[in-house]
Structure formats: structure tokens, C-alpha cells
Design a protein around this ligand. Structure first.
Ligand code: PEP
Ligand code: MG
Length: 587
């Protein structure tokens, strides 16, 4: 394998899923042409140069044929365009520069050509003369032609070898689900924020992941040795000493996890006897085992939309019923909150393929809105019927996502009522006492929490979206991810208002956004009055340890201090200072 001659390089991104992986890179560029990046050995250099020259000859032949066709039918101008392109094709800047890169950087022809193309594009972009600048397009076109003959332009597939470290510009949640089946060891992407669904899934599947790593695609080649530290670091071509150091860290992390798991069967109870419910977020039924083995008291959020993804057809009522029953069976008496499908935005609904091109999908036809459309309603009702029936099998709770206010809640409940009526009329048995609650993830819901509390059995605060919508920051966009923070005073106030409004009506509040699994925030959330935290299973042991080693009085005190601060920066510094000695040492 190549790469051994390249210097070590460290890149930073946003840590999206903890853990350390050491392995070989697999480049998955889903955007356009598959441009394989590979470091080559010295003896392969000549062959790569020949490949490049052959590809140029093929492209030249194509242009020659195109030119001849034109000659027969059309005028001189078009003919000249092809002639000019042939000149570019053999231009020394293009050819010699690419050969130089293959030789000096020891990289394959495609990668070298891509780098040359980047360079030429920059040179053209800087030209002031419009006409000349526009000639840059011809160069791009010619380069694409060479690239196509080098690569054979095949559709990109995602089939990395087991244990690979997948490097991609961006990946969809559906991609991550299929990568998990391929048993890869880590993910690195250029796009994405910490609460993108891609990151959430990576956490759920315990795949160390770093997102928002600028330029990583142009620096790593398939087969290169890479270390991924899920705290946010990617090391390319690490030396032997560094590999040794990270192996040691991986071992210490595993030992810490084992230590924390000793509390698995204990409650998330403070030293002065206040109890926080600790449950798990899951996307697929086969995550239940991991949830239980990490000590979950139940499932606080089942994102059922994943049942709709990665398949050509739609789930039926019977399928929902069987999934729900098998989840409840596996939980052996523990409760499970099934969120009705929250499709749309990045979680594409196959039955709405005509809507994938919305300008602002996060503000578009998604979630409960989709459930209440003519098209979505039967699917929504099928799910509700299934859960009402499954209520006879175990402790199930139904939760509606993205509720904006009382109108929408009532409308959703009308569908639930229809489902009940139908079951009654058919004589199909179902549970009458299934609790029905809502996600509080829109500012409008948070601000009408007192009204919503009168008509809901419970709340679950979805901070991933609540932050996105309150601070106007796209949770998927790595460029603004530095602004995405749960510690903005506005967010903390919204949460406090929601908890107080719920408690005034005697209903419980869970938090199921990613914020809930952040150990540094555990005491703040306890102090804010949350009753339950639902998170990715791997975070449960450490959050539980933090809670068990504190008192509620301390948590209240900390929360009061934090709520008096004016900026997120002050809040963050205060929390870090207060929590530093309370977190288990993960070094
Ligand atoms: C949330 O918005 O916080 C949430 C839990 O839902 P999702 O991440 O699935 O949008
Ligand atoms: Mg949400």
C-alpha cells in the first residue's frame, strides 16, 4: 500500500461520534465522477504516466471524430472549438504539470489530474477579461473528458471493505445505515454538523465520526493509513509512534467504558435521592440490544421514519405492529416512545420524491405536516392504529414530531380518534390508555407550552431542531456550525419555560435532542427540572455517573448561576470550570 512516504498531517473537524479508529481510507465521492485517490509506489509511477497519456490519446481521438462529423455538416466556428480543445488537451501546462505531480507526489493519474484542474481553475478565475476567463470552461471540459477515459465514469457505489475508514464529501442518513452493514470502522466527511442526522446515526451505531473536515477529500487516497479520533481529529499518514499512542488511548477508552458499565443496573439518582430517567434514542429495532446493555430504562425516542428509508415500498400497518411488538418484547416491560414518522428535509420520503427539491426543506413539507396531507394521512393513520394495538403488548407511548401549536396537535389527534373509531367498529382490540405526547422542537411550541400541556400527556424537548429554528442555524451546515450551540441563553430560557409549563400541569418532560447526552450538561439539565434524558446508548453510562456523583442541590445552584449569565461564552466557560472535575477522565 502507498502512503508511507507522505508526511503526517492533522486535520480538525467537529467530533460527531466518539471513539478511535486506525485503518485504511476508502474514498466515497458521491458527487460526480469517481475520482480515485491513491498513493503509488515508485515503481508504479511510470505506469500512471502511461495511463494519463493513453487517456489523453483516447480523448484526442474522440475530439477528432467529433470534429470530422462537424466538418461534414456545419460551419467552421464549431470546428475551431474542437480544434482549440485538442490544443488544450496537449497543452504543456496541463500535461507536464500532471505528470510532474504523479512523479513528485507519488499519486495516481486521476488524483494528479484533479489537482492540476484545481490549479488551472484558480488561474482562470483570477483573469479579469471576461472572454478569456470564460475559456476556463473549455479547460474544465477537456479535463473532464480525460478524467472520464481514465475512470470509465462509473456510478459511485458505496461498498467499502470491512473496517475501512470512509471518507466522503457528504453522506445521507440512508448511506450511513448501509455503511453500518458493511462493518466499516469510522467516517470522516467534509459536510455536516454535530446534530445532522448523519452524525446522529453514526453515534447510534457507535461508529467514530468526524464531520466538517474541510478539504479532506483532496488530501487522502484510498488505502492510506488514517487515524480518526471521534473528538474531532483526523490524522493522515500517521507515523509509528502516533499509531502506538492512539492504540493506547483506544485501550484506555475501552477500559473506562467497562468501568462505567458497572453501574448499568443502577438508577440515574443523585446522592440526595432525586431521580432522572435515563432512556435511549434509537432508529432501528436492532439497536435495542445496545440500549439495554448500556443501561437504558426504556426507549425515549424511536425515530420510526427510518422504517421508511432504504426501500422501494412503504411499511404497512402490520409491519408497524410487528416492529412495535418486537421492540416491546425485547424491552421486557420497559417503556418505549414511538415517534410517528418525521420524514422530509434530510430524511427523504420515497413517496414524496416530487418534493425533494424544496428550497428550504427544513422549513418545508416535512414531519407532522406531511402526516396531515392527503397523501401522508393514510400512512400516519396506519402507524397510529398499529401502536394503539401494540399498546396491549407493552408500555408504548405515541409522540408527534414538529408540532407548531395547539391547532396542529388537535388535527393530529383527530386522526388518532379516527384510528380508534375504526378499530372499535372492526372490533379490533387495542389499548385505551396509550399516552400521547409531543416533541417540543419549534419556538412556537415552546412559547405555547402552557397551552399544549393542557392537551398532551407528556413533552419531549427536541433541542436539535429547537436550536436550529430558534437561532436560525441549519443543523446540517458546517459553515455555521460554530454558531450552533445549546448554551445560548435563549435556548436555556426556552427549555426552562417548557419544563415549568409542563410541571404546572403535572406532566413529565423528557429531553431527546443530542444535548441530553452531553455529560457536561447533565447537572444543568437536572437543575432545569427535566425528568428524563433520552440519548444515544453509548452516552448513558457517563451521564449516569455524573448524576450519581452529585446532589440535586448542587445542580440547582449551578443552574441558577448559569441562568444569570448573559452570553453563551460565559455560560460555556462557567460550566466547563464547574464540571471539569466531575467528568470521568477519558484521557
Ligand atoms: C430533535 O430535533 O432534537 C430530535 C430529537 O429530532 P430529530 O433529531 O430526529 O430531528
Ligand atoms: Mg427534530
Amino acid at each position: 500500500m502507498g502512503g508511507s512516504l507522505s508526511p503526517e498531517e492533522r486535520l480538525r473537524g467537529t467530533g460527531a461520534s466518539a471513539g478511535i479508529a486506525i485503518g485504511r481510507a476508502y474514498i466515497a465521492d458521491r458527487r460526480a465522477l469517481r475520482v480515485m485517490h491513491r498513493h503509488v509506489e515508485a515503481e508504479e509511477v511510470a505506469a500512471e504516466v502511461t495511463r494519463l497519456r493513453d487517456a489523453i490519446e483516447v480523448a484526442d481521438g474522440e475530439l477528432e471524430r467529433a470534429k470530422q462529423k462537424l466538418e461534414e455538416r456545419q460551419g467552421e466556428d464549431h470546428f475551431r472549438i474542437f480544434e482549440a480543445q485538442q490544443l488544450i488537451l496537449h497543452d504543456e501546462h496541463l500535461v507536464d504539470e500532471t505528470v510532474r505531480r504523479i512523479t513528485a507526489d507519488r499519486i495516481n493519474a486521476e488524483w494528479a489530474l484533479e489537482k492540476t484542474a484545481e490549479h488551472i481553475r484558480k488561474v482562470f478565475a483570477a483573469i479579469e477579461d471576461d472572454y478569456l476567463r470564460a475559456r476556463g470552461e473549455d479547460v474544465t471540459w477537456v479535463i473532464q473528458r480525460i478524467m472520464r477515459s481514465l475512470t470509465g465514469e462509473v456510478e459511485v457505489d458505496l461498498s467499502p471493505p470491512p473496517d475501512a475508514i470512509v471518507i466522503a464529501h457528504g453522506l445521507s442518513p440512508a448511506d450511513v445505515a448501509s455503511l453500518r452493514r458493511a462493518a466499516i470502522s469510522a467516517i470522516v466527511t467534509e459536510e455536516g454538523g454535530e446534530t445532522s442526522h448523519t452524525a446522529i446515526l453514526a453515534r447510534a451505531f457507535d461508529i467514530p465520526t468526524v464531520v466538517g473536515v474541510e478539504g479532506v477529500m483532496s488530501k487522502v487516497g484510498t488505502g492510506d493509513l488514517v487515524i480518526v479520533d471521534g473528538d474531532g481529529e483526523v490524522i493522515i499518514h500517521p507515523g509509528a509512534e502516533v499509531v502506538k499512542e492512539y492504540r493506547g488511548r483506544a485501550r484506555r477508552l475501552a477500559a473506562l467504558e467497562q468501568e462505567l458499565l458497572k453501574d448499568r443496573d443502577l438508577a440515574g439518582e443523585t446522592e440526595d435521592g432525586v431521580r432522572m430517567g435515563l432512556t435511549a434514542n434509537i432508529e432501528l429495532a436492532d439497536e435495542i440490544e445496545s440500549a439495554i446493555s448500556h443501561g437504558a430504562e426504556g426507549i425515549g425516542l424511536y425515530r420510526t421514519e427510518f422504517l421508511f428509508m432504504n426501500r422501494p415500498d412503504l411499511p404497512t400497518e402490520e409491519e408497524h405492529y410487528h416492529v412495535a411488538c418486537s421492540v416491546l418484547d425485547m424491552l421486557k416491560g420497559r417503556p418505549a416512545t414511538f415517534r410517528t414518522f418525521d420524514l422530509g428535509s434530510d430524511k427523504v420520503a420515497s413517496f414524496r420524491s416530487d418534493h425533494v427539491n424544496e428550497q428550504n426543506p427544513a422549513l418545508g413539507m416535512r414531519s407532522i405536516r406531511l402526516c396531515l396531507t392527503e397523501e401522508g394521512r393514510p400512512l400516519f393513520k396506519a402507524q397510529l392504529r398499529a401502536y394503539l394495538r401494540a399498546g396491549l403488548r407493552g408500555k408504548i407511548r405515541i409522540m408527534f414530531p414538529m408540532i407548531s401549536g395547539v391547532d396542529e396537535l388537535r388535527e393530529a389527534k383527530r386522526v388518532l380518534e379516527e384510528a380508534r373509531r375504526e378499530l372499535n367498529m372492526e372490533g379490533t382490540p387495542y389499548a385505551e390508555d396509550v399516552p400521547v405526547g409531543i416533541m417540543i422542537e419549534m419556538p412556537s411550541a415552546a412559547m405555547t407550552a402552557d397551552l399544549l400541556a393542557r392537551e398532551s400527556d407528556f413533552f419531549s424537548v427536541g433541542t436539535n431542531d429547537l436550536i436550529q429554528y430558534s437561532l436560525a442555524i441549519d443543523r446540517e451546515n458546517e459553515q455555521v456550525s460554530y454558531l450552533y450551540t445549546p448554551l445560548h441563553p435563549a435556548i436555556l430560557r426556552l427549555i426552562k419555560g417548557v419544563v415549568d409549563a409542563a410541571h404546572a400541569r403535572g406532566i413529565r418532560v423528557t429531553m431527546c435532542g443530542e444535548m441530553a447526552g452531553e455529560p457536561t450538561l447533565a447537572l444543568l439539565l437536572l437543575g432545569l427540572g427535566l425528568d428524563e434524558l433520552s440519548m444515544n446508548p453509548a452516552s448513558l453510562p457517563v451521564v449516569k455517573r455524573v448524576l450519581r456523583e452529585a446532589t440535586f442541590t448542587e445542580a440547582r445552584q449551578l443552574t441558577n448561576e448559569v441562568m444569570a449569565l448573559a452570553t453563551q461564552d460565559e455560560i460555556e466557560r462557567h460550566l466547563l470550570a464547574k464540571m471539569r472535575d466531575r467528568l470521568p477522565d477519558q484521557a
